[in-house]
Design a protein around this ligand. Structure first.
Ligand SMILES: *Cc1c(COP(=O)(O)O)cnc(C)c1O
Length: 352
């Protein structure tokens, strides 16, 4: 605490990112990073971009990247916004579309950055309680609100909400912006990008951090009708014109162009996820059905906290949330086949 801090700085509770410890080499299953490296084409593009041109500012409008993403999703480039990771895109979206007049709605168990943004901007919030099985209670989103945000698949549960349910939410909230955070949609879910043409209130947010192995590069997207994207640009350009650097723009373009590598990696992760679920179920875990690159798991005898601590001692990091309703669950990122073999071996040692 410092006398120089303003009221917001004194009272805000910042987001706590998953740890990236340097004390020894861990198997990292705690931040939903991709176990596979970025595409070779991405790495080559980055090397080529590391040139004397870096003395110049990047393209403030990321034209080439927006063009590439638009082509990929069959949109036009004025329906695409890019930012420095989807966390930044979300932060700008909250600032652009939500106000303190009416409470925004999101699930009580979801991405823990949402309440941080809401507090930062002085927004009111209403939390929708997940059902017992961690499914989203759609009815809670069908009453007056100041806007909606839903991660799909949800984090940290991995549970996917059907497109028909999202349509109901969009239909009811035609006067408010509905943000669907699709950070994990490439691991078996279904994107609602195709609904953009029918819903002026829909904003789809995606990231290159998970399915495209570029967490270190920081690129996120928002997709929606031009009016929404125009609004985002007004706020972004009132804040920082150059949010996406030259190298990140080039890397992101190359990542979207290498569709084959992307498909290969996501397919492998889905297969490893299914094997992991099977193996863990056999040794007494119950696991929420997941369409993400992580699973949410609870053991019938050993507490999640004990498992978390013991796994850490054995060099494996997973995510544990000490919060009501989920404090007996671990969120386990799906690593490579080899990493998950080691993980399984260590888990077996612990529960023996
Ligand atoms: C990881 C994640 C993000 C943020 O990703 P960036 O790395 O900032 O692009 C956003 N939403 C959810 C639900 C996430 O899990």
């Amino acid at each position: 605490m410092s006398k120089f801090w303003n009221e917001i700085t004194k009272t805000i509770e910042p987001y706590i990112a998953g740890e990236q410890p340097k004390d020894k080499k861990y198997i990292k299953l705690n931040t939903n990073e991709n176990p596979y490296p970025p595409s070779q084409k991405v790495l080559k593009a980055i090397k080529d971009a590391a040139s004397s041109d870096l003395r110049l500012y990047p393209d403030p409008d990321s034209e080439k990247l927006r063009e590439t993403v638009a082509g990929y999703y069959d949109l036009n480039r004025n329906q695409v916004f890019v930012g420095n990771g989807s966390d930044e895109v979300l932060a700008l979206s909250f600032l652009t579309f939500f106000s303190s007049d009416e409470a925004i709605v999101y699930p009580d168990i979801s991405y823990s950055f949402y309440p941080v943004y809401a507090n930062l901007y002085g927004l009111r919030t209403r939390l929708s309680k997940l059902n017992e099985d961690f499914s989203i209670n759609v009815e809670d989103f069908l009453s007056k609100n100041g806007g909606v945000i839903v991660p799909n698949p949800n984090a940290p549960t991995g549970k996917f909400l059907e497109v028909s349910a999202i349509k109901r939410i969009l239909d009811y909230n035609s006067e408010k912006v509905v943000i669907i955070d699709e950070a994990y949609v490439d691991f078996g879910g279904e994107s609602v990008v195709s609904l953009i043409k029918d819903y002026p209130n829909l904003l789809v947010v995606q990231t290159l951090s998970k399915s495209r192995s570029l967490a270190g590069m920081r690129v996120g997207l928002a997709l929606g009708q031009e009016e929404l994207i125009h609004g985002l640009n007004r706020i972004k350009n009132s804040f920082n014109s150059y949010t996406v650097d030259t190298i990140a723009q080039v890397a992101a373009v190359a990542a979207f162009e290498d569709e084959e590598y992307f498909k290969q990696c996501t397919k492998k992760i889905i297969k490893t996820r299914d094997n992991t679920v099977k193996n863990l179920t056999e040794i007494g875990f119950s696991i929420v059905p997941s369409k993400a690159n992580f699973i949410f798991a609870s053991h019938k005898e050993i507490s999640a906290e004990t498992l978390f601590i013991k796994l850490r001692e054995k060099g494996i990091l997973v995510r544990y949330f000490n919060k009501p309703k989920i404090n007996n669950y671990l969120r386990i990122t799906i690593g490579s086949e080899e990493e998950m073999d080691v993980f399984l071996e260590k888990v077996k040692e612990i529960i023996k």
